[in-house]
Design a protein around this ligand. Structure first.
Ligand code: 5CA
Ligand code: ZN
Length: 422
């Protein structure tokens, strides 16, 4: 699929520290150790509605990962999927009497516009589930051949992964069975379905149902793919096993990231005999809420990026408002947050418009240090605030010629906030 245009990325003087991130599997902040090319997979949208501020916050968190790695001299192979076939997409299309393909394409196009406006670096591979179906089918076929997957005995054509045979199962989320059962029921699983070997077994292939789109499938069974095998397949096809960061919102910790990892690890073990982990770190962004509830399409308590843009809100203010909280802290969206970000943006713009300002080297290294420490964007923002205050208040003898330009580039490259007047 087409991604979106990349913003220009200024090169900064000096050198950057190693990025450390919180890994859900290990439950602690760990240094990343990418090769020359860092590899990252971030779960993309299910395009049945417009991008809300929760989605935006999650993609901004991983955009910081991308930017910090690049500043440290790595190339980054960034992959994102589009879940362009799934139950909620079909349900919304049915409700609105619309073609599901048209709905998915329209919302994906809007997402691209939102990401462009927010200056999110685009993925190198932007891959839809639908275009991946033949490769997904081959993977399901392999798991069936190996006896690791089974066909349900009820004539539906549904295929499940037998997780009793998956040694790594549970190591990503670390949840106990009761928690897994609860999240499975809430997030697209079917723990109460009769005939499964284990209540938690995830669906790999859903046999064709009347009125639903379908593709030729494993063992000649027409249908459509399960959710987790889509992301496992897309990651395997693009960046392979053992990549640096698997990312998404915290609502993907279980079942989605657990089962993507289990599917991919089972496939790799059967093909190469190697017991490689899917990802080196599983990184999760906290939830953005509105009026005390998680912002979600199913709840309908949404603030859309495109709506704010349409009202004339500067996308850089949206970006700053979301980055003003730490990515691992659940937080609420409020009008005050946006107003505060707008004021901050205006102050920063006034400061970088000067020819001279408070010394830049310290703030540059400070921002690098804060972001490298598990993406402490509030800490980084506070340093720029302090610099702007000193620049705007300072007496002439404290001023360093050219400092504002360095800070402008640092804020652009590292925080992704463009400060030149538009
Ligand atoms: N297509 C799947 C992933 S393969 C999916 O979860 N799509 S989504 O459209 O529901 O969400 C897209 C991304 O936004 C996911 O990473 C999800 O975890 C994240 N997300 C959803 N709601 C919120 C929220 N309220 N706050 C923060 N992130 C959120
Ligand atoms: Zn995913």
């Amino acid at each position: 699929m087409l991604a979106w245009p990349a913003p220009l990325l200024p090169t900064l003087p000096g050198s950057a520290p190693v990025l450390a991130l919180h890994d859900t599997a290990r439950g602690e902040v760990v240094p990343t150790a990418p090769d020359t090319t860092a590899r990252m997979y971030v779960c993309g949208i299910t395009p049945y509605d417009a991008t809300h501020l929760g989605h935006a916050a999650t993609y901004l968190a991983f955009d910081l990962v991308n930017r910090v790695w690049r500043d440290a001299g790595h190339a980054v192979h960034y992959v994102q999927n589009v879940t362009d076939i799934d139950d909620p997409l079909l349900e919304r299309a049915e409700r609105d009497g619309e073609d599901w393909v048209v709905l998915g394409m329209r919302e994906t196009a809007l997402f691209r516009e939102d990401m462009t406006a927010l200056r999110v670096l685009p993925p190198d591979d932007y891959v839809g589930a639908v275009e991946s179906v033949p490769r997904i089918v081959a993977h399901v076929e392999t798991l069936l051949d190996e006896g690791l997957a089974y066909l349900l005995d009820d004539g539906t054509g549904d295929v499940y992964h037998d997780i009793a045979q998956a040694p790594g199962f549970g190591s990503e989320s670390g949840y106990d069975e009761a928690t897994m059962l609860r999240f499975s029921a809430e997030r697209g699983g079917d723990p109460d379905r009769p005939g499964k070997r284990n209540r938690l077994d995830p669906m790999l292939w859903r046999g064709r149902r009347p009125g639903e789109p379908s593709w030729p499938g494993p063992r000649g069974i027409a249908g459509r793919p399960g959710w987790h095998i889509e992301c496992a397949t897309i990651a395997l096809e693009t960046i392979g096993m053992g990549f640096d960061v698997q990312g998404g919102g915290s609502d993907l910790v279980f079942p989605h990231h657990e089962f993507s990892a289990v599917h991919a690890e089972a496939l790799t073990a059967t093909v190469t005999g190697e017991k490689l982990p899917f990802a080196r770190a599983y990184v999760h962004a906290a939830m953005i809420g509105l009026d005390g509830e998680k912002m979600s399409k199913s709840r309908g308590n949404l603030v859309f990026v495109s709506k704010l843009r349409g009202e004339g809100v500067d996308p850089m203010a949206i970006r700053l408002a979301l980055l003003a909280g730490h990515y691992r802290t659940d937080r609420a969206w409020t009008p005050d947050l946006l107003a505060g970000a707008g004021q901050r943006l205006a102050t920063w713009r006034r400061a970088v418009a000067r020819d001279a300002g408070a010394p830049a080297a310290e703030v540059l290294q400070g921002v690098r240090g804060r972001l490298a420490d598990d993406l402490d964007s509030p800490g980084a923002i506070a340093l720029v605030d302090a610099w702007a205050e000193r620049t705007l208040a300072a007496t002439a003898d404290e001023q360093e010629e050219g400092a504002p330009a360095v800070v402008r580039d640092a804020v652009d490259a590292l925080l992704g906030v463009a400060l030149q007047e538009r």
